[in-house]
Design a protein around this ligand. Structure first.
Ligand code: HEM
Length: 207
């Protein structure tokens, strides 16, 4: 099956996906950093993060299915999950595939979160940065419109937003670490490690 509609839908879902995925990552960082004010309580940040994550997954599934269903270019179903062997734009397509695979692992571990060690869940969750980056580079490399002005603005804004959020997070962790170092932490080495873990890990490790 092929039609210009499928192609437009594939491109449209790709562009919207980059924006929604970016918002998901930024809100995830904010939820981890506990940016809490009376007007912006943490359950709002976390609720939005989870809601947008679900929308990202649906968009990603639609985007990949549309790419496979549109027979104008030859992309087999398995090439949406295996990052080798594609004939159409193999390198750029593989980056999209890697993004999809990483996202699948992050979603699976998040659904099983209560049954996993918190640290393991958190380390796997960090690979979301990799999934997001692979998806953005894939879109830039393979996209028909990616060098057009409005598309460049979206890409630069998304990269800037995640870079700023990640930087703010690193600074917050470093400041927290130096503060707990100065005060001697709450109860020696173990206390400092626990305080640091609470800063790094969303929900303070609570399930
Ligand atoms: C997180 C993962 C992904 C993101 C963020 C993403 C994003 C994008 C973006 C932004 C575009 C450019 C649209 C345009 O400017 O025309 C695009 C194009 C495309 N994507 Fe993805 N994508 C992802 C995963 C995938 C996967 C898994 C596949 C494989 C089935 C795929 C197949 C394609 C194809 C074939 C195009 C080319 C459309 C065209 O001809 O312009 N993408 N993607």
């Amino acid at each position: 099956m092929t039609s210009p509609l499928l192609w437009y839908l594939n491109r449209g879902t790709g562009i919207v996906l980059v924006v929604v995925f970016t918002l998901t990552v930024v809100l995830g960082v904010l939820a981890t950093g506990r940016s809490v004010t009376p007007w912006w309580p943490r359950f709002v940040t976390q609720g939005l993060h989870r809601g947008l994550a679900a929308v990202s997954v649906l968009l990603l599934a639609a985007h990949a299915v549309l790419a496979v269903v549109d027979e104008f270019v030859d992309i087999r179903w398995w090439q949406a999950v295996v990052p080798f062997g594609a004939t159409y734009q193999p390198f750029w397509l593989a980056l999209g595939t890697v993004a999809l695979d990483l996202t699948a692992v992050v979603v699976a571990t998040s659904l099983a979160r209560t049954r996993l060690p918190h640290r393991l869940w958190f380390l796997v969750h960090l690979t979301t940065y990799g999934a997001w980056a692979a998806g953005v580079v894939h879109g830039f490399g393979i996209g028909t419109d990616s060098r057009v002005g409005w598309s460049l603005v979206i890409t630069v804004a998304c990269v800037g937003a995640v870079a700023l959020a990640a930087l703010a997070r690193v600074v917050a962790v470093l400041v927290g670490r130096s503060r707990s170092g100065r005060t001697g932490g709450s109860g020696g080495r173990g206390g400092r490690a626990a305080a640091h873990a609470r800063q790094l890990v969303p929900d303070g490790g609570a399930r």
